[in-house]
Write a protein that binds this ligand. Structure first.
Ligand code: PMP
Length: 373
């Protein structure tokens, strides 16, 4: 995107002038392991179900703004009432709407970085102050006492579980304590929860926690990142408040139909998720083997990505893209993430290609700079 000229900036809301358009530095590559998508093939049966679902969509008609059928299916999946489900154009839209409804000027949002950057970005868009409670350097553990302390005066506290990009999950009892401490909304972003162990979701807490909101998406375990479909779970009143600020037709008819089709293929999706989790462990194991020889640190992850720390991370990432056609995400210049790259778990073939290039390039960088391996 072009830079915003001063003349245009003067026309903008003053508090938004220094923000920049989102740019994750994507580029066309053969193997894209940079966005935590699901890169595994979708089965013929699922593709056929998509076709059948799309054939039934009346494109000349507006979609059901309340997405009743989809919400009913999601409610059943999650063990909540349909009134507790709000759908959105990707979890991103739901996050923005939640901040729009409950945060804003003078309404503080607590976040625990390093974490998903959109929380702070969306908070800025709605003019909400952000209070950062940094995770511990080294292992990224949450600073629980400071988090609870900060939450006491906040309008919203946000945790991501598994956390992007560090991969760790939050304990449900900490979420309950946060809900007790915070007078406002407590959001737990579970975009990656399908890849985490059983019992990791905090959705069961919705029963007793009236101000808890759980965010989910079809972009990860379900292979529908391009369809832009997410959903939020909350107490009925909170869900209604969220629905009040949403764009009425933000979830189009095609996406609603695809989501419904995939919920019917849930058993198959679960099998795919198990395969991705097994591949994550295999990839982590292969990376840990490298640590015997190379100065690489691999962080444990319950998501569909791994965070690794290494010397010359930016150069290695750049060379991986240009020489091997493998794109991973560079966090090495992000606060708290010095030397870190995030690699999405791909298929075994994609991951092997990444591993071979990664080891070769890192060895060559260390050698070139005279650093012993
Ligand atoms: N939350 C987290 C933690 C994410 O990583 C992402 C996607 N990168 C989202 C939310 C947004 O997901 P969606 O594609 O549903 O907008």
């Amino acid at each position: 995107m072009a830079a915003i000229p001063e003349g245009v900036k003067r026309l903008m809301r003053e508090d938004l002038r220094e923000l920049e358009p989102y740019d994750p530095a994507f580029r066309a590559t053969e193997v894209n392991l940079s966005a935590n998508e699901n890169t595994w093939p979708v089965s013929e049966a699922r593709l056929a179900a998509y076709q059948a679902a799309l054939a039934g969509v009346a494109l000349n008609r507006y979609p059901d703004p309340l997405a009743r059928e989809l919400r009913a299916a999601l409610a059943e999946r999650c063990g909540v009432a349909p009134e507790q489900v709000v759908v959105c154009n990707g979890a991103d839209e739901g996050l923005f709407n939640l901040l729009l409804a409950f945060a804003g000027p003078g309404r503080e949002v607590v976040v625990a970085p390093p974490t998903f950057e959109e929380y702070a970005n969306f908070a800025a868009l709605v003019g909400a102050p952000v209070r950062e409670v940094w995770r511990r350097e080294g292992d990224f553990a949450l600073d629980e006492p400071s988090l609870l302390d900060a939450a006491r005066t906040a309008s919203m506290a946000i945790l991501c579980s598994p956390n992007n990009p560090t991969g760790d999950v939050v304990r449900p009892d900490l979420v309950r304590a946060l809900h007790d401490a915070c007078p406002g909304i407590v959001l737990v972003d579970e975009a990656y929860v399908d890849f985490a162990g059983a019992g990791c979701s905090v959705a069961p807490l919705l029963d007793g926690c009236e101000r808890l909101v759980v965010a989910r998406t079809f972009s990860k375990a379900f292979s529908l990142a391009g369809a832009r479909l997410g959903y939020f779970l909350a107490a009925p009143g909170v869900a209604s408040a969220l629905a009040t600020v949403r764009q009425i037709y933000s979830v189009n008819a095609v996406s609603q139909a695809l989501g419904l089709a995939d919920l019917r293929a849930e058993a198959e999706v679960a099998e795919l998720v198990r395969a991705i989790v097994a591949e994550r462990e295999r990839l982590a194991g292969r990376l840990r083997e490298l640590t015997r020889e190379l100065p690489v640190e691999v962080f444990p992850s319950q998501a569909n990505f791994l965070l690794v720390r290494l010397p010359h991370a930016s150069v290695v990432r750049e060379r991986l893209a240009s020489e091997e056609g493998v794109l991973v995400r560079d966090f090495s210049h992000a606060p708290g993430l010095a030397g870190c790259l995030r690699v999405s778990v791909g298929t075994t073939a994609e991951d092997e290609r990444f591993l071979a290039g990664f080891a070769r390039i890192l060895r060559s960088e260390l050698k070139e700079r005279g650093q012993s391996i």
